[in-house]
Design a protein around this ligand. Structure first.
Ligand SMILES: NC(=O)c1ccc[n+]([C@@H]2O[C@H](COP(=O)([O-])OP(=O)(O)OC[C@H]3O[C@@H](n4cnc5c(N)ncnc54)[C@H](OP(=O)(O)O)[C@@H]3O)[C@@H](O)[C@H]2O)c1
Length: 271
């Protein structure tokens, strides 16, 4: 697998897409900094990374606690001497229902992780990469950010925000030779989706998703939506007149928009 990145930091590395990216980059001998809350999972992953040929450091950190996050990033920046690649991947779907006593709590957690922590991490490394005139920032958004999905108000809104943020950030960093890539996955089989009770068209296994993401990053893609069938679908959905989108979304997922996504949790607890 092609990889010119030697020092890589990944948030949300303990499971799913982040974990698989770490293992795949390890095969190329990269030095990986792995951030998440679950210490034991990070510890086991670090072992696997070393066995695969990489180096590993773990950062046990709740990214939604800004001072804790900033402390962890400062430590990693100083100890590593700066990163070639930072992948901002930590995210959570959340479950909101109507009426819902926990909706504000869920909303805050989704915003704090998917948007605030993500953009704070991007800004932290943007500063250092601009000063170094070197580096590549990657955000993992989602096809859920293309339109307001039924049953995903907080998730869709934060991913739409992240998509827009990454696009704007790219214009600010390109004069300094710092790249910005927005990765927009469709359904990938991970702990985030494996309890889903809704149809997941074009579901992709995580190892395949990881190799596609790594290829898109290596090619310096500005945006990458995958799989291609989902990319066509969401671009058509985006182009659909509002009245048609409203009709189709209500007909297909109107009930779920009220009762919340089946199989989703109202708690974002570390494993
Ligand atoms: N799977 C899909 O179908 C899909 C589709 C589109 C986009 N995505 C996006 O891809 C990214 C990765 O998702 P995934 O499917 O791999 O899900 P996942 O397996 O649930 O991974 C989420 C990661 O985020 C970490 N995390 C959660 N809360 C955190 C917090 N407060 N502080 C620090 N880390 C935290 C988790 O680790 P700890 O619990 O140990 O903290 C875990 O490592 C997310 O941004 C997601 O929105 C996924």
């Amino acid at each position: 697998m092609q990889n010119n990145y030697k020092k890589i930091l990944i948030t949300g590395a303990s499971t799913g897409i982040g974990r698989q990216l770490a293992l795949d980059y390890a095969k190329g001998g990269a030095a990986l900094w792995l951030l998440a809350r679950s210490e034991s999972k990070l510890y086991d992953l670090a072992e696997e990374v070393r066995n695969a040929g990489g180096e590993a450091q773990i950062l046990v950190c709740d990214a939604t606690l800004e001072p804790v996050l900033m402390g962890a990033l400062q430590f990693a920046q100083a100890a590593s001497g700066g990163f070639d690649l930072v992948i901002v991947n930590a995210g959570w779907g959340g479950k909101m229902k109507y009426p819902g006593a926990k909706n504000i709590q869920v909303l805050n957690q989704v915003i704090d992780l998917n948007f605030k922590a993500a953009t704070q991490t991007l800004e932290f490394f943007a500063r250092h990469m601009v000063e170094a005139r070197h580096g590549h920032l990657v955000g993992i958004s989602s096809v859920a950010g293309f339109r307001g999905l039924p049953g995903g108000a907080a998730y869709s809104a934060t991913k739409a925000g992240l998509i827009t943020y990454l696009e704007s950030l790219r214009f600010s960093l390109q004069p300094f030779g710092v790249k910005v890539t927005d990765i927009r996955p469709g359904f990938v089989r991970t702990p985030m989706t494996d309890q889903n009770k809704v149809p997941m068209p074009f579901l992709m296994e995580v190892d395949r998703a990881s190799s596609k993401i790594i290829r898109a990053i290596a090619r310096g893609r500005k945006r990458f939506t995958f799989p291609w069938q989902m990319a066509i679908f969401v671009h058509l959905m985006k182009a659909l007149p509002d009245v048609l989108y409203d009709w189709a979304a209500t007909k297909s997922y109107g009930d779920m928009a009220v009762s919340g996504r089946k199989g989703k949790s109202e708690e974002n607890s570390a494993g």
